[in-house]
Design a protein around this ligand. Structure first.
Ligand code: UFG
Length: 338
């Protein structure tokens, strides 16, 4: 039987890579996207990469009537992967209501329509931001969650709470929270990748845009942290590896007979410093980066990286693309945008 999966935000960075992997694994993605932070040509590229026509329903996940009509049109949906959300940490502090309205409402409406339509399998895009500055490293799923630093982070925590409360009273519901660490890289074909609007907030797109001459200079935000080289440590995961974790999550949910709500960290299990990322980028691309050390950025945690044991055992999934390879793919994608 055809396994149809609704993918909200399916034209976005992680969403588009996941659609490619879904098709490769025999699933049929149905994209819901309002294209507020994504481009239609990316869907064409997903079709090109998979050789399959991809159905797209253009609209807003916060619009109940619209979401309902999509579920009615595509009867027998097997599950939902809910990516659609605003994600700019800085913007969320300036426009908190925009973030709360969009990110919370879309999640609530997805759950409501799933319940009404009898769709039980739900994969939610969460973030390691829920751990804040962890007391112990690596971070396991049992590590305590901490108050988030931004409204964006709070929407992720609040959505987890909403799904958790809903799951307790909804018979047949099966859900997984995937707590992503730092996604980087692009499809090795360079046909899909991240498309930041304006100056990127995140490290790797800022590096590639600087290398491409779009930005004058990268600023490393602080080198006086308590880390071996003084710069912050993160767990950088290739977006194709991350996409594959969603397939593993769906496979798990579809095979599971009992109601469940599971949490998995999705990272490599390794921490790399900002300086290491910069050095590795220069090494693998041969491009000299213009960069300087600047002050710390407000709200940054010093170090966070995942314990990947639970996801490796539970979902039979493991990241296998190196930092060097990931940065090469990011750079190839950047160059393809000329
Ligand atoms: N950094 C720089 N210069 C830059 C950009 C980033 O030095 O121009 C540094 C940051 O200070 C940080 C590291 O690079 O130490 C990674 O920064 P990112 O902005 O790429 O990623 P974050 O870890 O800050 O944020 C990511 C996701 C968020 C999520 C958060 C959870 O982008 O969505 O992880 O910790 F909320």
């Amino acid at each position: 039987m055809e396994k149809k999966i609704i993918v909200t935000g399916g034209a976005g960075y992680i969403g588009s890579h996941t659609c490619v992997e879904l098709v490769k694994s025999g699933y049929t993605p149905i994209i819901i996207d309002n294209f507020s932070n994504s481009e239609k040509f990316i869907v064409d590229r997903v079709e090109e990469l998979t050789g399959k026509k991809i159905e797209v329903e253009e609209g807003d996940c916060g619009d109940y009537e619209f979401v309902k009509s999509v579920f009615k049109k595509h009867a027998e949906v097997s599950g939902v992967i809910h990516f659609a959300a605003f994600k700019a940490v800085g913007e969320s502090s300036n426009l908190p209501l925009k973030y709360y309205q969009n990110n919370l409402l879309s999640t609530i409406i997805m759950l409501k329509v799933m319940e009404e339509e009898g769709v039980s399998n739900f994969v939610f895009s969460s973030s390691c931001t829920v751990y804040g500055e962890p007391d112990q490293l690596p971070v396991t799923e049992d590590s305590p969650t901490k108050p988030a630093e931004s409204p964006y982070g709070r929407t992720k925590q609040m959505c987890e709470n909403i799904v958790t409360d809903f799951s307790k009273v909804t018979k047949g519901f099966k859900g997984i929270f995937l707590r992503y660490f730092n996604p980087i890289g692009a499809h090795p074909s360079s046909r899909i990748g991240e498309l930041p609007i304006g100056a990127p907030n995140n490290l790797v797109p800022y590096i590639t845009q600087t290398a491409a001459g779009i930005r004058e200079k990268l600023t490393i935000f602080g080198n006086d942290y308590d880390t071996p080289d003084g710069t912050c440590i993160r767990d950088y995961i290739h977006v194709v590896d991350l996409a594959k974790a969603h397939i593993a999550a769906l496979d798990y949910l579809l095979a599971e007979k009992e109601d469940c709500l599971e949490v998995f960290n999705v990272g490599t299990g390794n921490g790399n410093s900002v300086q290491e990322v910069v050095d590795t980028f220069q090494e693998v691309t041969g491009v000299k980066l213009n960069y300087e050390i600047g002050p710390r950025r407000a709200g940054d945690v010093e170090k966070v990286y995942s314990d990947a044991t639970k996801v490796e055992n539970g979902l039979k999934w493991k990241a296998d693309i190196s930092l060097a390879e990931s940065l090469k793919d990011s750079w190839n994608w950047q160059q393809s945008l000329k």
